[in-house]
Write a protein that binds this ligand. Sequence first.
Ligand SMILES: [Zn+2]
Length: 151
Amino acid sequence: MCGYSFDNLKNIKREQLGEWVPMELYRAIRLIGMYEGLPMKGKGTTFTVGKKIGEKFPINTVEEALALFEDMKIGVPTLLSKSDETMRIQVDDCFCKGVESKQKEKVCDLEGAILAGAMEKVLDKKVHAKETKCHVSGDVHCEYEVTFMDK
Ligand SMILES: [Zn+2]
């Protein structure tokens, strides 16, 4: 496969600063750069970006997808239900936890699109994720309704 792989992205040779960046930087990119900075609060872009990232996850099963989502500290996912057409996935410790907003917003669409892209890869179906709950809108967890259909 051409382009950047996760194996390649793991080659980190920063001598002084190491492999970590602060959570507020991730939040700045997500909430200021994408949510505030892009047209339509980033919708469309987050869908494309998230799907592309998820499709590159080095995984083969739903379980591996969820494990990598957690390893990358995107959040702690729990599969609440699964049928032939849908999955409900709860995410705890999402990047948005603790962020306050006057509007009751759902802001974690990119993270859902990453999940959708990863599921698309392992299930070989067309997958869509809709954020149905979010800390920022006052919910206890973030949650996604994931739907899939044959390509
Ligand atoms: Zn959220």
